[in-house]
Each structure stands twice: as C-alpha cells, then as structure tokens.
Design a protein around this ligand. Structure first.
Ligand code: GLU
Length: 464
C-alpha cells in the first residue's frame, strides 16, 4: 500500500469545536496507524469571516490535544494562482467552458426546472457556445450527460449519484476566484492526500469533487464521511447539550486525553472497550469499525473520562498540564519539577485541573499570604482549638526529625492524652496550616510544605 496521507482542513471562522476535533483525531490516528502523514490546511477563502486569531486558536487546540501535523501549513488564500492555472487547463482541454448567463437567468432556469418537477439546475446553455473570458463570466465544468458518480465511502459504504442530480457547476466565479469544490480538489491532489475523512455535511460535495477529479484525469482519494455528533436528545449538537469548544474545555481544566478518549468513542469502537491510551488508539485505529450512525455526545461521560485520567495520568504529565493554572494563580516561579511531588496530594480529590491547582496552591502560599476560609476559622480556631494548635506546634518544633511517623506520633499521643475525638485536635491544626477544612492527610501536607512553613502557619493561625 502506498503511504497514507490524510488532512484536516478547518475553516478559521471560529474556534475548534468537538465535531472538528473528532474529524482531526480520526485523520491523525489513521495517518499515525499506518506510519503515514497528517497534513493541515487552512480553508480561509471566506475572507470576511476568516481570522488569523482563529487559525492560531485552532492550531493551539490541536497541539493541546496532541495532534501534531506534518509539513508546512497550507493556506488556500495563497493558492489562488494555482487553482486558476488548473481551471485554465480544463478550459483548454474542453472539460470546462466560459458561461455568460447572469444569476437572474440561472435562477429562471432553476425555476423552470422546479415548475416541471425536476431538480433545479443550470441547463448547460453556454456549453457549446465557445465563449471566451469576459466581464461577468464564470467558468463551468462540463459534466457527463449521463451516467452515475460512484464511490465506496469508508464509513457509509457504496454511494451512487446520477449525473442528472448534478449540473455544470461553477469552477471560477465572475470575480476570478475559484469555487470551494475546485480549490479542495486541487489541494487534495497537490498535497497527495490518499484519504479524505470529513463530516458528512460534505457528502453532497463529494460527487461534484469526483467529477472534477475525473475531468482532470487525477486519481481519486478514498473518502470517509463521519456522521455528525448529536446531543443527548439526538438533536443537532449545540451549547445547550453541554458542547463547548476545545479551548473552553482546556480553560475548564479538562485533561486533553479525556477529550480525546471521549471523542474517539463518538463514531469508532473496538469491541466494548471504553478506555484507550493514545498508543492503543494508534495501534488499533485502522479505518475500520467507523460507525455509520450518528453518536450522541454525553458531557457526563466526558467528566467520567476526566476523573479516570486524573488518577491515571503520569505525575510528570499532570504537573505539566496543571502548571499554567498554577501560574494563573500568581505562583509564577512554580516549575513542573517543583509541582510534581505535590500532585499526588490532591489528584484524588480534584475533578479537574482547576481544582488540582487550587489544592496545590494551598501548599505554595507563604504563611503570611495563605487565605483562610472564614467559616473554617470560626468553627475550629476557637480558644479551645487554638490551645490544641499551640501544644502541637511546640511539640512539632521540638522534634529532632520531622518525618511522617514522628508527626503522627505527636498528634495521636496528644489526642489520646486528652481523651477527645481525633477531629477536635486535627481540624484546628488543619485549618491553621491549610486555611480550609478539607484536604489531604496532615503529615503528608506538613511534609510537603516543610517544618518551618508548618510552624509559621500554625503561628499565624494562632493570631486569627
Ligand atoms: N473546511 C471544511 C470545513 O471546515 C472542510 C472540508 C473538507 O474537509 O473537505 O467543514
């Protein structure tokens, strides 16, 4: 088999949404599975709505998801000359022709076809007129007068369209710009794309694109049209179904692999396996088992994946992912290496990276800046509570070795000597050193911040 080359071709008119992200993921996985290439093309011909900031945001989302691409980016707006060169060749070879019909005339033809109960289409009036270029003229493709356009879709199977359903489509508009289908065919050909995987909102473009390939004598790629992602109520997916753009998920503190795992399951399966590492996906994703019926996005499932991967992701990866959230909180000196040992204290309690960062921040404050939860202070740092904090503080200060066992021993023997419930002592100490009423075990927390900081925080707690 020749080298597999796939591509993702976003239009930079908005952020990367989950439908686009899933398409990109499928294309990326297919390329990586077969050791091929994954290319990226920016379809920015809609100059009114396309923005560089969206291109940048889409690229950032791709990187965050781990979907790296091969080679240079292609921008359609930089390729107009190439498209027109191909169109000129098609005119020369008789596969395309100039048409002088006005939009009103074309609309009248369509109206007439509708009136006869036929499919509205351009009637081929200028086909044999041998017109040359001229103001207001477009270039049209001369499609076959009979026959069917057929292809075997990777997802949907055999698809056949009778040419009577199609018409001599415009290849170059009267302003000299190539049409969308024309540009896509030239790009996919020039980029050597072997597999075009895209949303099935494009399935009606495919027979048109195939006719252009055929007119040019170019080899067809394999096409695969994946069904749209639906909301849980099986309606068109929107914000109301909890669907957000990739960058919003990122800002919400979601793990990229949670999103990847959730997305891959929308339209692809491997038995009833739910959880896949990236390597497993690369190993398994061979382009088969793509589901032809639409799948529904379930935001709760995404959170479930996220909770799972918060526990399973290697510590150094979590440290890297949580670091931007730590920096956002003002701890700009924190590094991956400084954060990594702190991650285990909070990963089990956090639902997302924001909560993980909140937890880790409790460890990073200097005693003077630690924020205290008012209710926690009111409830536990009472006169009696402070009494306990004071005793524990002095015993900890006197410890020759500040280790887990010694710390535990100090707290437990004091609790036993008083004959009170553990929490009567532990909670005041906890509020004094963490600022809040919940969190990891006290010895673990104390060891993470160190002896001096532990004592300093207890001293501060005593002043509240
Ligand atoms: N630019 C198109 C889109 O964003 C993709 C077209 C294609 O993949 O062929 O929907």
């Amino acid at each position: 088999m020749s080298k597999i080359i796939t591509r993702f071709a976003p239009s930079p008119t908005g952020h990367l949404h989950i439908g686009g992200a899933r398409t990109a993921l499928f294309c990326w996985l297919l390329a990586r599975h077969y050791g091929g290439e994954f290319r990226l093309r920016i379809e920015d011909t809609d100059t009114e709505r396309s923005k560089q900031e969206y291109t940048d945001a889409i690229l950032a989302s791709m990187r965050w998801l781990g979907l790296d691409w091969d080679g240079e980016l292609t921008y359609q707006t930089q390729r107009t000359d190439r498209y027109n060169e191909v169109i000129d060749k098609m005119i020369e070879s008789g596969h395309a022709y100039w048409c002088s019909c006005t939009p009103e005339e074309v609309e009248a033809m369509r109206e007439a076809a509708r009136a006869k109960g036929e499919k509205p289409r351009y009637d081929g009036r200028c086909r044999e007129r041998g017109l040359d270029a001229g103001p207001g003229r477009v270039v049209r493709l001369k499609i076959p007068t009979e026959g069917r356009v057929v292809f075997d879709d990777m997802v949907k199977g055999h698809i056949a369209t009778d040419v009577s359903e199609l018409d001599d489509m415009i290849l170059r508009r009267s302003d000299g710009m190539p049409t969308y289908n024309m540009a896509v065919v030239v790009d996919d050909h020039d980029m050597g794309i072997t597999h075009v995987i895209r949303g099935d909102d494009h399935v009606s473009n495919t027979p048109k694109q195939i006719l252009i390939y055929q007119a040019l004598g170019w080899e067809l790629p394999v096409f695969g049209h994946v069904p749209m992602i639906l909301g849980k109520d099986r309606q068109k997916l929107s914000k109301r179904h909890g669907a957000r753009s990739v960058v919003e998920y990122q800002n919400d503190g979601l793990l990229p692999h949670a999103l990847v795992n959730c997305l891959v399951r929308l339209g692809w399966s491997h038995g009833d396996q739910e959880l896949f590492s990236m390597q497993e996906l690369i190993d398994l994703f061979d382009g088969k088992n793509l589901n032809s019926s639409a799948s529904a996005f379930d935001p709760d499932k995404l959170l479930w994946f996220n909770a799972h991967y918060l526990r399973e992701t290697p510590l150094d990866d979590l440290a890297r992912l949580v670091l931007p959230f730590i920096h956002q909180k003002g701890f700009t000196g924190a590094t991956e290496a400084s954060i990594e040992p702190l991650v285990p204290l909070y990963r089990e309690r956090a639902k997302n990276l924001i909560e993980l960062a909140d937890g880790i921040a409790q460890l990073l404050y200097k005693s003077a800046d630690l924020p205290y939860d008012e209710a926690g202070v009111a409830k536990w740092l009472t006169d009696e509570g402070k009494e306990h904090v004071k005793v524990i503080r002095d015993q900890l200060a006197a410890l020759p070795s500040f280790d887990k066992e010694s710390i535990e021993h100090v707290i437990h023997s004091y609790v036993e000597s008083l004959g009170v419930k553990f929490k009567m002592v532990a909670q005041p100490v906890r509020v004094a050193i963490t600022g809040v009423i919940g969190g990891p075990g006290l010895p673990e927390f104390m060891l993470a911040i160190g002896k001096d900081e532990t004592l300093a925080r207890m001293d501060r707690g005593l002043t509240l």
